[in-house]
Design a protein around this ligand. Sequence first.
Ligand SMILES: [Zn+2]
Length: 291
Amino acid sequence: MAKMQGPGAYRYKLGDYQLTALFDGIWYLPIDGKFVHNASGAQVDEALTAAFLPPHILPISFTALLVNTGAKLILIDTGTAGQITDTAGVMLDNLKVAGIAPADIDMILISHFHPDHIDGIKTKDGAKVFPQAEIFVPEPEWAFWMDDANMGRHSGTVHRYFLNARRIFSDIAKEVHRFKPGAEVAPGIESIAAYGHTPGHTAFAIHSGGHSMLAMSDTVREPFLFVRYPQWQPSYDMDGPLAATTRSQMLDRAAADRMPVEAYHFPFPACGHIVKAASGFALEPAMWAPL
Ligand SMILES: [Zn+2]
């Protein structure tokens, strides 16, 4: 019997661009009845059971997205670097499977400063993993997390996120480009203010050759809970009501425009379409296809 899963690198086309989904792993996070502020533990367990998942455990899948424009290799978010759980941290192995070395990456786009999105920028020892990549982060995200007064107002897990943001960014601050959400941050890549999950949380729309895809970042996380019940407010959304409004609007846009979507915490390869359902929406996952 094999002890290892096969590789997780999946390529697909968007216009003239080639996208590669790079699997990083799954974190099986135990949750209690307080995980969703406006739904009971029993309702959350019911939604997990409906998706054939065990109760009280949230499977948090991680998939980074690589965009090859033909001229540049752009990585959107960077994986956990094995620093969050021992069942995640294989993104670099899958990058290698895709035939790409870390030094080949030209640009890194960051959606927000939660550790699972930025930890991959550095090794545990503080060395840069992508030595040639220029790093781009949302300006309001930088302003919130790098402010010492804000850090002083938070304790516990969120305080640790502030310290982690400093570990990643402090000594490279001068090299980090800060963009205003709404700006085109790379050829064909438009940033979209999607606040709520964090104060400066940003999604992206990727456009090429008349085709467009929404890279939703953490606007919509586990689909069996938050595509189905977009109004549910999980404890990891820092502003629950704002995040729920942002989420509903983005799902509405994706369904109305029949736009392909991608999201960091969707099941690998983390892409598909959104359709209206009796309650909320549903994810129609993409089908494995040859290039
Ligand atoms: Zn995340």
